[in-house]
Design a protein around this ligand. Structure first.
Ligand code: GLU
Length: 420
């Protein structure tokens, strides 16, 4: 299994990052081995009746990296290329993310290999419910709490809530986060990840003494993370010059109109053809000069090939794993890019998921204002702690963020001991 996992490029990258951190922390072999590998890798086959009457079998995965610090937490991804290795890598990153943010969770991630863009809502509902049904024995509010990720929304979470609650014979909102507010989802959860990315970008600009008002940004990806990052940065007075998604990229030197862009994408399914900007090549867009560059799509887009050509001051990683270790090394050598690493930068989502779970367990709800201000406090604290850690222990931001998470988990493993 270890070899199988390591063959996957995304897991290989997460494992390489982990090894670097474990060396840095001088973790003992005993603890290192226990921290590195996932506890549970669950694969289920999902037969679904398609709209044309055919039955198609999809494969779904849930990886629970470890359960030593609390229930497992993390999203569920629908994507044609998702596989168990990628999901295991994402679960490992969730682990360090939750520990870094001080959330009482282990990391988890799920995925179903499918293309939601080509499926009707009925097909997606049947697929989601079948997955929930198959995974029921392995999840629970104190075991594993899922949330949205690439390709899934609050609606998918509502179907999972309904399937689980029906099986339990009672309403169990705490089984899932990122659900609709009318089903006791949290105010502020939808925008939380993008809001966090934008907030942290302004903290980084402050450190570089670049004024936030008028600062320029480029965002790759216009899903839940990218779209709210664009909206929040625009609301701060920043100019979002370029935005791309799977359909193409749009560019406006004076700043794109965030709300008009959201409305256009809702109607047309992508940014391509947006009349408030010009078309630009998506790869070229990443290399344009800007204050903040936000990769908010998939893994491994900032590679060794493009890292030397980047012209941003801040790299705010909205996606999980957007930068390869080779690109990291190049940026480290360049020394002129302020990196906000993924496990911190996009932690707004899971942090508000935690708030949602806490509210559900208490049968109590907070206002959007309360949620976002608690989120900013937590992100700011983690950001300042990271800079302190990196200053004291003389390391780069990626290493510092991962090391903070890994160190927390390693201590727990050590203190709990090895059973039997
Ligand atoms: N999918 C998001 C992430 O990668 C959120 C996970 C959650 O809210 O549990 O962080």
């Amino acid at each position: 299994m270890k070899e199988e996992l390591l063959k996957d490029p995304v897991f290989g990258m997460a494992a390489e990052q982990f090894d670097r951190v474990a060396d840095f922390l001088e973790l003992s072999q005993r603890v290192r081995e226990r921290c590195k590998w996932p506890k549970r890798l669950i694969t289920v086959s999902l037969p679904v009746t398609m709209d044309d009457g055919r039955t198609e079998v999809f494969f779904g995965y849930r990886v629970q990296h470890h359960l030593s610090r609390g229930p497992v937490k993390g999203g569920l991804r629908f994507h044609p290329k998702v596989n168990v290795g990628e999901v295991a890598a994402l679960a490992m990153w969730m682990n360090w993310k939750c520990a870094l943010m001080g959330l009482p969770y282990g990391g988890g991630k799920g995925g179903i290999t499918c293309n939601p863009r080509e499926m009707s809502m009925g097909e997606q509902e049947r697929l989601t419910r079948r997955f929930a049904q198959e995974i029921c024995p392995f999840i629970g509010p104190e075991i594993d709490v899922m949330a949205p990720d690439v390709g899934t929304t609050a609606q998918h979470m509502a179907w999972i809530l309904d399937t689980y609650s029906t099986r339990e014979g009672r309403f169990v909102p705490e089984i899932i986060t990122g659900k609709p507010v009318e089903l006791q989802g949290s105010e502020g959860r939808t925008q939380a990840t993008g809001h966090g990315v934008a907030f942290l970008a302004t903290r980084a600009l402050n450190k570089l003494s670049v004024p936030v008002i008028g600062a320029s940004a480029i965002v790759q990806g216009f899903g839940n993370v990218g779209s709210y990052a664009v909206e929040t940065m625009s609301s701060y007075g920043m100019k979002v010059r370029g935005v791309s998604d799977v359909t193409g990229a749009v560019w406006n030197l004076e700043g794109l109109d965030a709300l008009a862009l959201r409305a256009y994408v809702a109607e047309h399914g992508g940014v391509k053809g947006f009349p408030g900007g010009e078309e630009i090549d998506p790869d070229e867009m990443l290399l344009q000069e800007c204050d903040v560059l936000v990769p908010a799509a998939l893994e491994r887009v900032i590679t060794a090939e493009i890292a030397p050509k980047l012209k941003c001051k801040v790299l705010a990683e909205g996606a999980n794993g957007p930068t390869t270790p080779e690109a990291d090394a190049i940026m480290e050598e360049r020394g002129d890019i302020f990196l906000i690493p993924d496990v911190l930068c996009n932690a707004g989502g899971v942090t508000v998921s935690y708030f949602e779970w806490v509210q559900n367990l208490q049968r109590f709800s907070w206002t959007k204002q309360e949620v976002l201000s608690k989120l900013e406090t937590k992100l700011n604290e983690a950001f300042e702690n990271l800079l302190l850690f990196c200053g004291e222990r003389k390391c780069d931001h990626r290493l510092g963020a991962l090391a903070t998470g890994v160190e927390t988990v390693a201590k727990v493993k050590q203190t709990r001991g090895l059973f039997p």
